[in-house]
Ligand binder design. Sequence first.
Ligand code: SF4
Length: 332
Amino acid sequence: MAEPLLEIKNVTKIFGGGLLSTSKPVVALDGYSLDVYDQPARITTIAGESGSGKTTLVNLILGYLPPSEGEIRYKGINLHEMDRNQRLMYRREVQAVFQDPYEVYNPFYRVQHIFDMVVRNFKLGTNKKESRERIEEALNVVGLRGEEILEKYPHQLSGGQRQRVMVARAYMLKPRLIVADEPVSAVDASLRAMILDIMMKLRDEHHISFLYITHDLSTAYQIGDEMYVLFQGVTAEKGDTAQIIENPKHPYVQELVNSIPAPDPEIKWETDIHLPSEEEMRMKYARGCRFFPRCPYGMDICKQKQPGMFTVGPQHEAACYLYQKQQEEQPK
Ligand code: SF4
């Protein structure tokens, strides 16, 4: 198998609790691992409710935060040991699209300025004509035309146009990976479908991989290849997206999937599941499975140590002791 494009290896991120701090540490990610492959290009989904550690993960991948332990490698190079040229390559090849694109716009500049900055910073195009062609090409990929939007200010664009401009900006750099952090949660159903279609087109026709971060299982089901379900900073289940949603194994994931009436892309993942308080999370961090307080199958062993990943099917794993015996009995 080819090497992963992006590897997250046993990453732990702890906030607070330093020598001078009076607050207890909060563990946002705990020994977290993830591989993103890009040959062929793939959409890898990280699914989780708010408080599961998704935002921390995005910030670590984009280099905004250092891990407390573990490492993140891109093309085999540790992000925090990259030299200047490697960092430039990373900034170019790994792009991000966020939930609320309005926040990334400077309201005083026209849309043209966003693209001019990319052209200048990454030295795209040797003359004005060539630069303009690259901008037009990127806009066409997301179904926009320069004459429609380049002279406008951000507030004059619709939510869908703003989101598509951000995707076009990312596409201009011909990235290998786009980290898409809840890119469709702030738009209505028709725009959601359009943006998901653009993501699939970029994967299939332009060979760009995605790390799709979402709280919405139905859109993950619609477009995702692999999926990692996050629960309180650890992976509860990982594997092929359709397999997980059609045949979930981890009790937490079963609870989530059962809260969706039927796999339907139009139905959002709404659950009545509430995360425990921060205090409970801290207590549970000490040891044991984080899902124990809510799990109908809890056993003594579950209280002792967070389970590792056990194989539950072809390329399908769950962090649950219910499957330990099954894995041990499998022929080696
Ligand atoms: Fe439930 Fe134990 Fe599995 Fe955790 S490890 S989900 S407590 S059965």
